[in-house]
Design a protein around this ligand. Sequence first.
Ligand SMILES: [Zn+2]
Length: 420
Amino acid sequence: MRVRILIALTIVVVLLQGGALACFADSAGLVIEQLNKKYFSLRNTDTDVRRLQEWKSLAAELQSFAERFSESSEAAFALQKTAIIYQQIFRHYGKREALDRAIKLLKKVQQQYPRHDIADDVLVQAGDIYLYELRMPEQADKFYRKVIVSYPDSDMYSVAVSRRKQLLVGRVSRERVKSRNKTERRQAVNKHRPVIVIDPGHGGEDLGARGVGGLLEKDVVLAVALELKKLLSKRLNAIVRLTRSRDVFIPLAERTNLANDFEADLFISLHVNASRSKKLTGFETYYLDNTNDKSSRKLAERENASMSFEGEQGDLQFILSDLIQNAKLEESIMLAHTVNDATYNFIKKKWPVKNNLGVKKAPFYVLVGAHMPCILVEMFFIDNKQNGLLLAKREFRKDLAWGLFNGIKKYLETESQQKK
Ligand SMILES: [Zn+2]
């Protein structure tokens, strides 16, 4: 009898603990969701770190999250973001102690979570601080070597190897692109070459949507963008610039600025979709507009990394109305239709995909302020099992690039015929 009571009690305790754990995980998820919203809202809009107090209090909140939920896999991400905040503070205020703090936090991530997805990333980040900010190559080298020794199969391995090569030849300056942009642009005008900016969404600590088997939106879209760049330069003789060609965070506003500086003819932002139910599948393309459609707004909110529409509604409306007068709305709509259908139809011929979700409008921040026809493509759903498995395949990504290429080509041909 007593034994039975004991067993029953044990079961109750286990159940309660299980419940408590689930609850714990839920609240960790909710807290970090809010903190991430704040983080990306600042990171995307306040590139000069003018709102220093907000940045500092967010750093404190992220760090206390990491302590409170140290068992959660989000803790490592939170510490990494805290380190990035201190790095940003250093860049704008030159406070050395901010940089020391950043390095300490990055080391802590690797030591505390050596098997985490970002354990190799934080080592490269710390090395980069020594190399680029502090100009201390020997210190930097220790971190790159650690990546090579401890994480030989990681994606950061080749980065660490190439950084060490840079160290050997003593070339530590980052490439400057602006002056090159102008010259290339002039050449393009002279030779009637189209100038196209491809924007692989997200990057760096902004992972984008997360999918089946740990697949990340930022990696899928970068792979497609690199393929697309090859096709456009080779087959259309286009001048192509990517807003990022590696795994790095670029603020949304900077992406459009790059396209404007470059006086691009087209701006195409690449993304993959996700849904709460994980059941949705399909392909869709957006052009910029202030829409009242609920689901489009929801998607835009996520892709904008929460530019807090409620709070900045006034501002956003203003920017949008300005844009809608300036931007080439008609052309953007035509570009959206051409690229959407060409890509979907091309993929459909070779792969078991369904649902051409068509062309929609939404207030995507990354498209705001672009002076050229601009669209945002959502290439299937990364968190849907069937779509996600395809997106993980190299051949499928290549075909996505081919489909997009066909669409862009067709658009440019129609455009030039209309001009004649
Ligand atoms: Zn996205």
